[in-house]
Design a protein around this ligand. Structure first.
Ligand SMILES: Nc1ncnc2c1ncn2[C@@H]1O[C@H](COP(=O)(O)OP(=O)(O)OP(=O)(O)O)[C@@H](O)[C@H]1O
Ligand SMILES: [Mg+2]
Length: 247
């Protein structure tokens, strides 16, 4: 369970997030969408403790990210936009980095965890590949395996399908949903991709100029009348149609 409480953030005196409040229930997937510059990345950084909000708080299972960041962050897994893999480490070492804080593990136990996580993201047998030998989709899978290494209760995804072709994007969407079913993790997915959001999200939050303009189900989102949302929904319909007729 994740709780964003009356959160505001300013950069050099300019407020870019204005009193945002919402909750994400256990094992729910909330997608955060919004116009460019709307504040999505800033919000994700505040949730993950990378930025300290100017006002308000974020609680992860009742633990404050602002006043107890170490404990709160131990419950979090962050999947970065460009996977953020270490290019000089192989797949297995990149995932191993995710469990660096579990110091009591033996080498054998750590290796078992890495194999298990790679298996879960569909990369069994790819342990020794280097990041430059991976496709974009595989890199995202390694990023997820690393985020899953510590068995987080809350998973944050930053643009998980950006830069991927539609078929690979679809497989990553499926992986997000499967991961939720298997781990029961509470998930927040920041995305520009409306088709992808409709496939994964239980609810959608829409940020516009730092305000929470909309929070509701995908069906409610589809029927919303505000121009910024209508424009996005229309665009997604066109993309779906062009995919179906192959243009
Ligand atoms: N480090 C920073 N210093 C100053 N201003 C910043 C900083 N980071 C973001 N901003 C400003 O905060 C606002 C929100 O930015 P943010 O990156 O959160 O938007 P976004 O919704 O993620 O946009 P995009 O869809 O383009 O990624 C923007 O006006 C941006 O210029
Ligand atoms: Mg952003």
């Amino acid at each position: 369970m994740l709780c964003v409480k009356d959160l505001s953030h300013s950069f050099e005196g300019r407020e870019v997030l204005h009193s945002i409040s919402f909750e994400v229930g256990t094992s729910e997937i909330l997608a955060i969408m919004g116009s460019s510059g709307g504040g999505k990345t800033t919000l994700l950084k505040c949730i993950s403790g990378l930025l300290k909000p100017t006002k308000g708080d974020v609680e992860i299972e009742g633990i404050s990210v602002v006043s107890d960041p170490e404990r709160a962050r131990a419950k979090l897994g962050l999947v970065f936009q460009y996977a953020a893999l270490f290019d000089y480490l192989n797949v297995s070492e990149n995932v191993l980095f995710g469990i660096r804080r579990k110091k009591h593990l033996s080498a054998k136990q750590a290796k078992e965890i890495v194999s298990q996580r790679l298996n879960e993201v569909g990369l069994a047998g790819k342990e020794n590949l280097m990041p430059n030998e991976l496709s974009g989709g595989m890199r995202k899978r390694v990023g997820l395996a690393r985020a899953l290494a510590m068995e987080p209760h809350v998973l944050l995804y930053d643009e998980p399908t950006s830069g991927l072709d539609p078929v690979t994007a679809y497989s990553i969407d499926q992986l997000i949903v499967e991961t939720r079913s298997r781990t029961q993790a509470t998930s927040v997915v920041v995305s520009h991709d409306v088709s992808s959001v409709f496939r994964v999200a239980d609810r959608i939050a829409f940020l516009h100029k730092g305000q929470l303009l909309f929070l509701g189900t995908p069906e409610e989102f589809r029927d919303d009348l505000s121009p910024q949302i209508k424009e996005l929904v229309e665009k997604a319909k066109c993309e779906d149609l062009s995919l179906r007729i192959g243009i």
